[in-house]
Design a protein around this ligand. Structure first.
Ligand code: NAD
Length: 296
C-alpha cells in the first residue's frame, strides 16, 4: 500500500493556530506546518516573517490583547499549539506565570469551543518542569479558578510558589495537561491535549536562559552552569529548534490520533536518567543534586 505522507499528518487544508512563531521551536514548527499544507494563524509579540494565513503581533501576557486576537481567529480550529515563553529573572515572577502558563490556559479555554472534535492542543513545557508532581495540588487549585483576575490574585497571595518562576509555570503546564486530558470538555469531544518537554535548545531564549541561570546574571557563567546540568553527564550537545518543533507538529497531527495526556520529554533521555537515579536512591533530592551526581 502506498502511503500519502501529507494525508497521514492530516494538516492539509486544516486550520492551525500557533503562538511564539516568530522564533525558535515554534518558528520551525510553523515552517513544517506550512509545508504540510496547514492554514496557519500565527501569533507573537514580535513580527512573524513566514507566509502564514494571518500573523498577529500581540503581547500574550496582556488579557486585552489576547481577547482581541481571539475575537479575530477563525470559528473552527483543528490544532492549537501554545509555544510562547520567556526566561525567569528576579522581579518578573508574575510576568513569567502569565506568559508561560496562565495565558496558555486562558487561550486554550477561550478557544476550546472552536476546536474541532478529535482536534488537538499541544504545549511546549520544559525539562525545567521535571518534578511537577510536587506542586500538583497547588497547580490544580490555580487551574480551578474561573477568571483571569482570580488567578492574578492567587499569584499575589502565593509569592513563595512563584519564586522559582520558570519552573513553577512549566510545572503548572504539565499539571494542566495531566488534569485536563480526561475532563469532560476535552474527552467528550475527543480533543487531545499533550505537552513536549524540550531539553537545552539553542534559540532566541538562549542568552536570557544563560543570564537568568547565573546568580550574578553573567551569561558565560550561566552557559557553563546549563552545560553542567543538562549536557555534561552524557557528553551531550544543545538541540536545534527543529529537534523540538518537528516532533511537536507530529504530536498535534493525526499520526498521534490516540495520544493524549502525555508529557513528552525530548532530551536524549536525560530526565529518564534522573528518574532512574532518584528511584534507585530512594531520596527526596532536588533536580540539581541528582543532575550533579549524574556528572560524577
Ligand atoms: N530553548 C530552550 O532551551 C528551551 C528548553 C525548554 C523549553 N523551552 C520553551 O520552548 C518555548 C519556545 O521557546 P524558544 O526556546 O523557541 O525561544 P524563542 O525566544 O526563540 O521563542 C519564543 C517566542 O515566544 C515569543 N514570546 C515571548 N513572550 C511573548 C509574549 N508575551 N507574547 C507573545 N509572544 C511572546 C517570543 O517573541 C519568541 O518569538 C518556550 O515556551 C520555552 O520556555 C525552551
Amino acid at each position: 500500500m502506498k502511503m500519502d505522507l501529507k494525508k497521514l499528518f492530516g494538516y492539509e487544508g486544516k486550520t492551525v493556530v500557533i503562538t511564539g512563531a516568530a522564533s525558535g521551536m515554534s518558528r520551525s514548527a510553523t515552517e513544517f506546518l506550512l509545508e504540510l499544507g496547514a492554514k496557519v494563524y500565527a501569533i507573537d509579540k514580535n513580527p512573524i516573517d513566514l507566509p502564514v494565513m494571518k500573523a498577529y503581533q500581540a503581547d500574550l501576557s496582556n488579557k486585552e490583547e489576547i481577547d482581541e486576537v481571539i475575537s479575530d481567529l477563525p470559528d473552527k480550529i483543528d490544532a492549537l499549539f501554545l509555544c510562547h515563553g520567556i526566561a525567569g529573572f528576579k522581579g518578573n515572577e508574575l510576568l513569567v506565570q502569565k506568559v508561560n502558563f496562565y495565558s496558555q490556559k486562558y487561550m486554550t479555554e477561550c478557544l476550546l469551543e472552536r476546536i474541532s472534535d478529535h482536534g488537538s492542543v499541544t504545549f511546549i513545557a520544559s525539562v525545567g518542569g521535571f518534578g511537577w508532581q510536587s506542586v500538583y495540588r497547588k497547580a490544580v487549585e490555580l487551574i480551578h479558578l474561573p477568571t483571569w483576575e482570580e488567578a492574578m490574585k492567587w499569584y499575589e497571595d502565593h509569592p513563595k510558589e512563584i519564586e522559582s518562576s520558570y519552573v513553577f509555570a512549566k510545572q503548572c503546564l504539565l499539571s494542566y495537561v495531566t488534569y485536563k486530558c480526561m475532563s469532560k470538555e476535552f474527552i467528550d469531544r475527543k480533543i487531545r491535549i499533550n505537552a513536549i518537554n524540550p531539553g537545552d535548545t539553542t534559540t532566541g531564549l538562549t542568552d536570557d536562559f544563560n543570564k537568568s541561570t547565573s546568580p550574578t546574571g553573567d551569561a558565560e557563567e550561566g552557559a557553563q552552569m546549563i552545560e553542567n546540568i543538562f549536557l555534561k553527564s552524557w557528553n551531550g550537545y544543545a538541540a536545534e529548534p527543529k529537534d523540538m518543533g518537528y516532533p511537536m507538529v507530529v504530536v498535534g497531527s493525526d499520526i498521534c490520533s490516540y495520544m493524549s495526556g502525555q508529557l513528552i520529554y525530548i532530551d536524549y533521555g536525560l530526565t529518564s536518567n534522573w528518574t532512574s537515579m532518584a528511584l534507585l536512591q530512594d531520596s527526596n533530592k532536588t533536580i540539581e543534586e541528582i543532575s550533579h551526581e549524574s556528572q560524577e
